[in-house]
Design a protein around this ligand. Structure first.
Ligand SMILES: [Zn+2]
Length: 253
């Protein structure tokens, strides 16, 4: 989801998420490519290190990295991962799986099965906005936990952009926007939480005139919006790896 995805969707219907008070820009390149894939991009958010395209939860040298979700489990936080992507989709998987091959479904499924013992994982979810209220309540009200970390992904903004399906892309984006609004309402009621709205890369090379120019990802910067405690940290330009350090600072303060 790039800046023009937001701009073009807003021409039909105003978006809520762009009204969040803190705005920033993220550089998305991976360790070995100017244009990242979702595996390396999500691993940068999950582990704070640039890695090679196709790597999930792995550093360029092949070592496993400890993801923010795994560290949260270790520190006795509740963790939830929810996405409209298929069961072995790269973005959710980067938070609990470890493989140099994002298409290695056997390893990803096995890692997911292991992770499910400690994390609540719903992949694929139907409408991401349907998950938000119940999951935030469930994760935040576990009395034996020190806090919670949750990821909600509207994956079809990317998959529909690969197919250059502008209307279908907008359908997912509007639902994602509704999910963001629900999460923001939670933050209003729980001021010690932080909402961060991210994309892992731009897909489709969408122009200001709302025309797709490629079926692939591009190296364009992507937007970040934030709201809640220490949201200011996300202001301005940053590498995707810096997002991890900022989440960590907020989550484990
Ligand atoms: Zn993609």
């Amino acid at each position: 989801m790039g800046f023009n995805h937001l701009k073009c969707a807003a021409q039909e219907k105003p978006l809520y998420l762009t009204s969040l008070p803190v705005k920033g820009t993220i550089h998305t390149s991976s360790a070995n490519q100017k244009i990242t894939d979702s595996a390396a991009a999500a691993t940068a958010y999950a582990c704070g290190q640039k890695t090679n395209n196709s790597f999930l939860g792995k550093l360029p040298n092949g070592e496993n990295c400890l993801t923010i979700a795994e560290e949260a489990v270790q520190k006795e936080y509740a963790v939830g991962i929810y996405s409209t992507d298929h069961a072995t989709g790269a973005t959710p998987s980067a938070f609990y799986a470890h493989t140099t091959d994002r298409n290695d479904q056997k390893t990803i499924e096995a890692d997911k099965a292991r992770a499910t013992q400690h994390m609540d994982i719903v992949v694929p979810a139907d409408l991401i906005s349907d998950e938000v209220d119940a999951k935030l309540t469930q994760l935040s009200q576990q009395p034996d936990k020190k806090g919670f970390f949750v990821l909600f992904e509207g994956a079809k903004i990317d998959t529909n952009s690969h197919k250059n399906l502008f209307e279908d892309m907008k359908t997912e984006l509007y639902d994602f926007d509704y999910a963001v609004m629900k999460a923001a309402h939670f933050v209003v009621k729980h001021p010690d939480t932080t909402l961060i709205v991210l994309a892992d890369h731009e897909t489709g090379g969408l122009t200001e005139a709302c025309a797709y120019t490629t079926h692939k990802h591009t190296g364009q910067d992507v937007p970040v919006y934030a709201y809640g405690q220490h949201a200011d940290l996300f202001k301005g330009e940053q590498e995707n790896t810096a997002v991890y350090a900022k989440i960590k600072q907020i989550l484990f303060r």
